[in-house]
Design a protein around this ligand. Structure first.
Ligand code: NAP
Length: 303
């Protein structure tokens, strides 16, 4: 079994990015600028945003963290998004999810200018990704593709089972794995909470991507010998014995599945770090206007 080492790969990607940033700055351009909006003070969200901001510093980006109170109105949040959409000094920005219940996430995602949507959640980017057109690809699935690519894992003709169908992980992941692309060209099965006899599918899979958020859900008896196993899940489980007060669990029973598979990503140290690296890559693409020219946003009324 070989470990899919997100720590090593993300460090490699960050090095590549910082070299590019140095060249950009030497040629007289400004460094890329990522802004992040954090609403409220959810512990996990704060940790994720801090790690994104810290990573920006590591590669030489400018970053701006905008903290908003949890009782901010939807209207006020939309106004903040509008400001960032129109700020030429900001290349891309993210709104950390989940948002408080009184705010409509769909409305917020729709308000982000597609050319600054470095999380790749806007329907314009999801649609372009689906059609295999250049676009921002949501950071977690993009990070997994990068992982498969950098470990030279063959995907063509393989059967890939994705567990989970969320808009940010499972659904884009399943679409990406079947694309006419490398990595891609898989035959994909999507499993979810209403799938009957899920093990029947995972036992036939050459590649399993577990993204359901249920600690240690995928056990060794559900995995074919030699399969590639990617663990997306991150669940905090209380652990009074630890300084942080919790322990992180993935969706895979790592100790037992690792004895049976060919490749496996650990939690922590796997997909989570790749997600941050992909966000940095998307921000670089935004600064370079790789997919869209700046300020191309239009009103639905313009159509
Ligand atoms: P989500 O929105 O809650 O979606 C979970 C998906 O799993 C749903 O499609 C659900 O099915 C399915 N599911 C739930 N229980 C299931 C079961 N018993 N059997 C089969 N499918 C089941 O979660 P998410 O945002 O996709 O995140 C999934 C996990 O990945 C979480 O642990 C999250 O923390 C983690 N995550 C990690 C990263 C990273 O950077 N590593 C990034 C994002 C998310 P239904 O559609 O039928 O409800």
């Amino acid at each position: 079994m070989q470990l899919l080492d997100g720590k090593k790969l993300s460090a490699e990607i960050k090095n590549e990015i910082s070299e590019e940033v140095k060249k950009m700055v030497l040629s007289g351009k400004r460094a890329p600028h990522l802004a992040a909006i954090l609403v409220g003070n959810d512990g996990a969200s704060q940790t994720y945003v801090s790690s994104k901001v810290k990573s920006c510093e590591e590669v030489g980006y400018k970053s701006t963290l905008i903290r908003l109170e949890k009782d901010i109105t939807e209207h006020e949040l939309l106004a903040q998004i509008n400001t960032l959409n129109n700020d030429d000094s900001v290349d891309g920005f993210i709104v950390q999810l989940p948002l408080p219940k009184h705010i409509d996430e769909e409305k917020i995602i729709l308000a982000i200018a597609p050319e600054k949507d470095v999380d790749g959640f806007h329907p314009m980017n999801v649609g372009r990704m689906t059609l295999n057109l250049p676009s921002y690809i949501s950071a977690t699935p993009k990070g997994i593709l990068e992982m498969l690519n950098r470990y030279h894992i063959e995907t063509e003709g393989k059967h890939c089972v994705v567990i989970g169908r969320s808009n940010i992980v499972g659904l884009p992941m399943s679409l990406l794995m079947q694309r006419r692309s490398k990595p891609g060209n898989c035959t994909v099965t999507i499993c979810h909470s209403k799938t009957n006899d899920l093990a029947k599918y995972t036992l036939e899979a050459d590649i399993i991507i577990a993204a359901l958020g249920k600690p240690q859900f995928l056990t060794a008896d559900m995995v074919k010998p030699g399969a590639v196993v990617i663990d997306v899940g991150i669940t905090r489980v209380e652990d009074a014995g630890r300084k942080s007060g919790y322990r992180l669990f993935g969706d895979v029973d790592f100790d037992n599945v690792s004895k049976k598979c060919s490749y496996i990503s650990p939690v922590p140290g796997g997909v989570g770090l790749m997600t941050v690296a992909s966000l940095l890559q998307n921000t670089l693409s935004a600064a370079k206007e790789e997919f869209y020219s700046k300020n191309m946003s239009f009103d639905v009324g313009d159509l």
